[in-house]
Design a protein around this ligand. Structure first.
Ligand code: SF4
Length: 415
C-alpha cells in the first residue's frame, strides 16, 4: 500500500464509507461533559443527523478503518478483487482525527466501520481499540457507532458494546439465497448468531443498569442492521417480511435500506442498473407503517402489487393499502379509534393526537381537520367529518388518480 498522508487517507476512507446508511444516533442515552468532566456529548442543542445527497451522514465522522478486505462480496466496492485505491488508518489516527474534528465542532461523534484485514478478530480488535482509547484515554463522551464483524470472537463484539452507543451487524441481503450468491464467504447463521448474542448482551446490560446505577452501559442506543436493496431478486414483499422478522427476533432499533449502487468493474452477477431511489424511500415508509402506525407486516405486504411483489413507486404504501382495502374507509374522525385514524392517508401520529384531543370538546368539521393537518386534499377522500362525507368511495374507479400526488420531475428521473 502506498504511503498516504492523513488527508489522502481521509478522502479515500470517508468516500468508501458512504455506502453505509446506518448512522442515525436516535435513541442514544444522554451523556455530556457539563461540570467540566471529559469532552463531548451525545445529545443537546444543535445536534442533527443530516444525510448529504451522496448518502453520508454529515454530523458524524463516518469512515472506514480500512477499505482493504480479504472478502470478495460481489456488491462491495472494497472487495478483494476490486481495483480501488486502498488506504488504512491506524487506531491512533482515527482517535486523533475524531478528537481533532470534535474540538473544531465539525462532528458530534464517530461512525466506524471497516473492511476485514488479516482476520475478523484482528479487525475487530482495531475497531474496539479506537472506541476504548476514545472513552478511556480521552474521556470522550460523544456518540460512537461501531460496525461489528459477525465472525469475530463474541468477547470482542461484547467489548465493542461496552464502549459504543450503538452497534450494528449488517445482514447485507434480504434473503439467504441472495447472501449465498453475492457474499459467499458470509453466513446467515453466523450473522444472526452474532445479532442474537448482541441482543442478549444489550438486554442484560439494560437490566443491570436498572438494578445498579453503577453498572456499565452496554450499547444504550441498541443495535441496527442494513440491507442492500436491488442487488438480488428479493421483492419488496420479501424485504418487508425479513425486516419484520429481524425487528422481532433481535429487538433492532432500525433496519436501514440501502439501494444498491453499481460499482466500477462490477461482477457479472450484479444488475447493471441501480434500483430507483424511490424504492428505498418506499421501503422506509413501509418500515414506519409497522413501527409507528400499527400495521402488521402481512398488512404492509398486502399493499404490494400481487404480481410483482413490489410496492408502487408513484404512491406511498399507506395510500396503496387504503386503495386496496377501501372497505375500511371513510373513517369518521369524530368517532373512530386511534388505530383507524392512523390508517387514513395523510394523517400522521401527531395529527391523530391533535384530532383525539380536539374532539373531546366539539364535533370536528372539515375546517378543523384542515387546521390540524398539512393538507386535506388527499385525506378528504378517506374521512367523514360533521359536514362532509365522500360518496361512493369503494366504487370510484378514479380514486387512485384523485388521491395520488401529481408526478414531479425528479420522480421521472428516479428510475
Ligand atoms: S466483508 Fe464488508 S468490506 Fe469486505 S467485501 Fe464484504 S461487504 Fe465489502
Amino acid at each position: 500500500m502506498a504511503q498516504l498522508d492523513t488527508t489522502e487517507k481521509l478522502t479515500i476512507l470517508a468516500d468508501a464509507a458512504k455506502y453505509d446508511a446506518s448512522c442515525s444516533s436516535s435513541g442514544g442515552k444522554k451523556r455530556d461533559s457539563r461540570g467540566g468532566k471529559g469532552m463531548g456529548s451525545t445529545t443537546g442543542g444543535g445536534i442533527c443527523h443530516a444525510y448529504a445527497p451522496d448518502g453520508r451522514c454529515i454530523s458524524l465522522l463516518k469512515i472506514l478503518l480500512t477499505n482493504s478486505c480479504i472478502f470478495d462480496c460481489h456488491y462491495c466496492i472494497n472487495r478483494k478483487s476490486s481495483n480501488v485505491r486502498r488506504a488504512r488508518f491506524t487506531a491512533k489516527e482515527v482517535v486523533d482525527l475524531t478528537l481533532d474534528f470534535y474540538s473544531r465542532n465539525y462532528i458530534e461523534g464517530l461512525f466506524l466501520s471497516s473492511g476485514i484485514i488479516h482476520t475478523p478478530n484482528y479487525t475487530m480488535e482495531q475497531i474496539v481499540e479506537v472506541a476504548r482509547s476514545l472513552r478511556e484515554d480521552h474521556d470522550f463522551r460523544g456518540y460512537i457507532h461501531l460496525k461489528t464483524i459477525p465472525d469475530a470472537d463474541p468477547e470482542l463484539v461484547a467489548q465493542a458494546g461496552r464502549h459504543a452507543d450503538r452497534v450494528s451487524i449488517n445482514v447485507e441481503l434480504p434473503t439467504a439465497s441472495g447472501l449465498r450468491k453475492l457474499a459467499p464467504e458470509k453466513s446467515e447463521t453466523r450473522i444472526e448468531g452474532a445479532m442474537g448474542t448482541m441482543r442478549t448482551a444489550i438486554e442484560d446490560g439494560a437490566d443491570a443498569r436498572r438494578r445498579y446505577r453503577s453498572a456499565p452501559r452496554f450499547a444504550p442506543a441498541g443495535q441496527s442492521t442494513q440491507m442492500i436493496i436491488g442487488a438480488d431478486a428479493a421483492t419488496d414483499r420479501d424485504i418487508v417480511a425479513r425486516a419484520a422478522t429481524l425487528y422481532s427476533r433481535f429487538a433492532l432499533r432500525r433496519v436501514y435500506y440501502s439501494a444498491f449502487s453499481p460499482i466500477p468493474h462490477a461482477s457479472a452477477v450484479l444488475p447493471l442498473k441501480r434500483p430507483p431511489l424511490m424504492r428505498e424511500h418506499r421501503l422506509y415508509q413501509s418500515d414506519w407503517m409497522v413501527r409507528f402506525y400499527s400495521y402488521t407486516p402481512d398488512e404492509v405486504g398486502a399493499a404490494v402489487d400481487p404480481e410483482t411483489g413490489m410496492l408502487p413507486l408513484d404512491i406511498d404504501p399507506k395510500l396503496a393499502w387504503a386503495l386496496r382495502f377501501r372497505e375500511h374507509f371513510p373513517v369518521d374522525v369524530n368517532r373512530a379509534p386511534r388505530e383507524a385514524l392512523l390508517r387514513v392517508p395523510g394523517l400522521g401520529p401527531k395529527a391523530v393526537r391533535a384530532i383525539l384531543t380536539a374532539r373531546r370538546w366539539r364535533r370536528l368539521r372539515m375546517e378543523d381537520i384542515a387546521r390540524l393537518t398539512v393538507s386535506v386534499k388527499k385525506l378528504r377522500l378517506f374521512i367523514i367529518t360533521d359536514d362532509w362525507k365522500p360518496v361512493m368511495l369503494a366504487d370510484r374507479a378514479d380514486l387512485r388518480t384523485l388521491a395520488a400526488p401529481k408526478a414531479v420531475q425528479f420522480e421521472l428521473f428516479a428510475a
